[in-house]
Design a protein around this ligand. Structure first.
Ligand code: SD4
Length: 335
């Protein structure tokens, strides 16, 4: 670990105080260098690494956290982490088994941002399960940042992705049931297991983020939500922090929500307060918020996190220094 990373990762307090040692062995070693020998570390305000994700996505978030613990980069950890959920047929809003559009096509959206501010996204992709990894390929292997639909799918095959049927017998059955009424009313907190947005900070203090989804169930053919759109569904600025959204994408898009959260943090707000303010920007537009859910999660460079939703029921998974918890998010609509 170089000196810059060491300083980034460590809150040094109590210069000259003789007691207290770092809980982190590699940092203990560094505290013995000539530059720092008069300084004893008495508190560490920042976790070694941290992964947070939307909803009750424990296996995915733990997978990411465990990779971070092994020293993997934030970018590697989140892509492999969300892949767990993309492959989970039980999750009806991500990857295989996801709810189709109203014509029965499962179309997926995803995007990723790296610590150096790079971005890649895929929109309305069919037949590919791991669209977060595909978004990373767009970011790293093409001169573009967004690829959509058939072009994105063909690019996926050129990169070795497999063609897979995303509509499962269960999601097909549910769609046929829906066709009986064709009532498009995205439900609030459908099953507390939804679009997955994940943010991670690795052991070198770098932050990356990802979002992957099938969008809103029974959407119109061709509809794209906030999740793959930079600044709306996801934003990462490694100097400041990161935010990711879930819920009614149209509302997140109209307020450029994740960018807003990061900019509010840049101006000094905590992740928690920044998420609250971004939700307030939506609800102050009128009473329509009563019928839809939006939630944000965020983290800053100190490893502090926050989450806030319009309605009760949203949870954030957090894996930090070996411990996983599912945190009930605070929310706006307490009426
Ligand atoms: C969208 N924001 O497509 C996504 C859907 C979502 O929880 O997050 N659902 O609008």
């Amino acid at each position: 670990m170089n000196r810059r990373k060491f300083i980034q990762n460590t809150a040094i307090t109590g210069a000259g105080i003789a007691t207290g040692v770092s809980a982190i062995s590699c940092k203990e070693g560094e505290s013995k260098t000539s530059e720092t020998k008069k300084t004893t570390i008495t508190s560490i305000s920042k976790p070694n690494y941290i992964s947070i994700s939307t909803w009750n996505t424990e296996s995915a978030n733990t997978a990411s956290g465990e990779l971070l613990a092994k020293g993997k980069s934030a970018l590697d950890a989140i892509i492999d982490g969300v892949a767990v959920e993309e492959a989970n047929e039980e999750n009806t809003t991500v990857g295989i088994g996801a709810t189709p559009d109203r014509e029965g096509n499962v179309t997926l959206d995803a995007c990723v941002m790296s610590p150096d501010g790079d971005y890649g996204a895929v929109l309305a992709v069919e037949n590919i399960v791991h669209v977060a990894a595909l978004a990373r390929k767009v970011m790293e292997e093409t001169p573009h940042v967004i690829m959509a639909s058939k072009g994105a799918e063909e690019f996926a095959y050129s990169q070795g992705f497999k063609k897979e049927k995303l509509l499962t017998p269960a999601s097909e059955k549910a769609w046929k049931e829906w066709l009986k009424t064709s009532n498009y009313q995205p439900a609030i907190n459908v099953e507390n297991h939804d679009t997955i947005g994940m943010l991670a900070m690795d052991t070198s203090g770098e932050i990356a983020g990802v979002c992957t989804t099938s969008g809103l169930g029974y959407k119109m053919k061709g509809r794209v939500g906030d999740s793959p759109i930079i600044g709306a569904g996801l934003f990462v600025d490694d100097e400041v922090g990161a935010a990711v959204a879930t819920g009614m994408g149209e509302e997140v898009l109209k307020t450029v929500g994740s960018f807003l959260v990061v900019e509010l943090m840049r101006n000094g707000m905590s992740p928690q307060k920044a998420c609250e303010e971004a939700i307030h920007r939506i609800v102050k537009k009128g009473d329509r918020y009563k019928d839809f859910q939006v939630a944000y999660i965020a983290m800053n460079k100190k490893g502090e996190t926050g989450s806030y939703a319009i309605h009760e029921g949203f949870t954030m998974m957090k894996y930090q220094d070996g411990k996983s918890e599912n945190i009930n998010s605070d929310y706006f609509n307490k009426a």
